[in-house]
Write a protein that binds this ligand. Structure first.
Ligand code: PGU
Length: 460
């Protein structure tokens, strides 16, 4: 307690230990002038006076309440709602048809293996579990990719997708001062926070065209062209969040052309490998296309969705370099950045991934489970479209729902309409009109369609 450090006979102490004096309003000058004979010379008089003030007034007085997180805050609001019709379509987390969280069978099998082996809990190296780093890069680039044999990829296990993006942002801040990151408009809500906190400047490139409810490809290309040379271009590897709209293979080629022309550095965020098409290889094709051109690039990976390891915080940052030597140097600096941030990553999820991806049997079983999950989302997507089409009587074209891929549907509902979904219908979703179809069951499609139609037609 601060007051125990104070001289008992100090007039300042007596005054402040009783009263409600605010920080800095006491007579600290007496201490500064050395007039208090009981004050220990070793203590800093000014800070001692401040300590007294802290007994009565919180040092955190100046800190205001932060707004709820636009995505994770939705889950908190959902939990607090007691209505039995409530539906959580906010966070992108896969649920079963019974709307329960799902632990993959392959994850349970891998965990059993780990228990049988009696693995220990000692610290991992700063760069993470070697077996994980090997399989994660192989899963992303393809096991036969020459960039792996040539050791041109610096792979560091990090705290899922978010932590991997944050580590890369720290690398950019330190080694590319002033370089800008271009982010799609719109994008996953946390991207801007990540670059803001890392003090990396960012701006947006056009991506979504509300008129066509599709990709604004011309706008995207023009904005990437107009960015200062050597910018980092953040791209969603597949299943763009929140729009569910991905470039076609031809468009990816064109994007790669422009990025190369402008000497930009592609920076992929791959949070949904396997969830867009149901195929791990197909969903990595954008990244592989860039790597095959011999480009240097960054790729953040997450196993939250495709292996359902949300809370295990398992992912990686991969930096593809022109030479093995550059990759080794980059890796050493990523480790240096990680060490004071979180020291080293957690082991549990890394072992699960290493076991599943590294074992042919479990790997094949995983692919089947992923197809099942992606398939269930496609089924509810179709059902929602059918319900909306049969209920809506103005001939509105809802087919964009079928064209979008991945976990989400970007409904086009505005903020007021999205709020109506929650306030009136107890459908929890983000205010940008995004709904997570991974949190929807077939049984709830009709109800959701009613809510969307009411919000769309009756709220402006
Ligand atoms: N990148 C994208 C594009 C994402 O959508 C997400 C998760 C991440 C990275 C990071 O996920 P990690 O769990 O850190 O690997 N987005 C989800 C999950 C909730 C959230 O916002 O973190 C979502 O609902 O958008």
């Amino acid at each position: 307690m601060a007051s125990t450090l104070m001289p008992a006979t100090s007039p300042s102490l007596q005054l402040h230990s009783k009263g409600k004096t605010k920080l800095g309003s006491c007579d600290s000058n007496a201490f500064l002038r050395g007039q208090n004979k009981n004050a220990s010379l070793k203590l800093q008089p000014v800070s001692r006076v401040r300590m007294v003030a802290a007994v009565n007034v919180s040092r955190f007085e100046g800190i205001s309440v932060a707004p709820p997180d636009p995505i994770l805050g939705v889950s908190e609001a959902y939990k607090a709602d007691t209505n039995e019709k409530k539906l959580n379509l906010g966070v992108g987390a896969y649920r079963t048809e019974e709307l329960q969280p799902y632990v993959l069978n392959v994850v349970k099998k891998a965990e059993n293996l780990m228990l049988e082996r009696g693995e220990n809990k000692e610290y991992l190296p700063i760069e993470g579990l070697a077996a994980f780093n090997k399989v994660t890069a192989e899963l992303l680039f393809g096991a036969d990719n020459p960039i792996l044999k040539e050791q041109r990829v610096a792979t560091v296990q990090s705290l899922s997708g978010t932590g991997s993006l944050r580590l890369a942002a720290a690398l950019i801040e330190r080694y590319f001062p002033g370089a800008r990151v271009l982010i799609s408009s719109p994008t996953w809500g946390n991207h801007k926070n990540i670059f803001n906190d890392a003090r990396v400047p960012w701006s947006e490139y056009r991506y979504y065209d509300p008129k066509t409810v599709g990709l604004d490809f011309e706008g995207m290309i023009a904005d990437i062209k107009a960015a200062p040379e050597g910018s980092f271009i953040l791209l969603h590897g597949c299943a763009h969040n929140p729009t569910g709209i991905d470039p076609t293979p031809q468009q990816w080629e064109k994007i790669a052309d422009v990025i190369q022309e402008k000497n930009h550095i592609p920076f992929f965020d791959v949070a949904y490998q396997g969830f867009a098409s149901g195929s791990l290889d197909e969903d990595a094709s954008s990244v592989r296309l860039f790597a095959a051109r011999g480009m240097e690039l960054l790729v953040a990976q997450s196993y939250s969705k495709n292996l359902g390891l949300y809370a295990e915080r398992i992912g990686a940052i991969n930096v593809v370099c022109l030479t093995a030597d550059a990759a080794a140097r980059v890796k050493s600096q990523l480790k240096r950045l990680a060490r004071p941030m979180y020291s080293n990553p957690p082991v549990h999820g890394a072992r699960i991934v290493a076991n599943v991806v590294g074992s042919p049997d479990l790997f094949n079983e995983w692919k089947e489970e992923m197809e099942m999950m992606a398939g269930r989302i496609k089924t509810v997507r179709q059902k929602l479209y059918d319900s909306l089409t049969s209920k809506g009587n103005s001939g509105k074209d809802w087919s964009f729902i079928l064209k979008q891929i991945g976990m989400f549907s970007y409904t086009g509902l505005n903020k007021a309409q999205s709020e109506n979904m929650t306030n009136k219908w107890h459908v929890y979703m983000t205010k940008d009109g995004r709904i997570s179809l991974a949190g929807l069951s077939s049984a709830k499609c009709e109800y959701l369609a009613d809510a969307i139609i009411d919000s769309y037609y009756n709220v402006s």
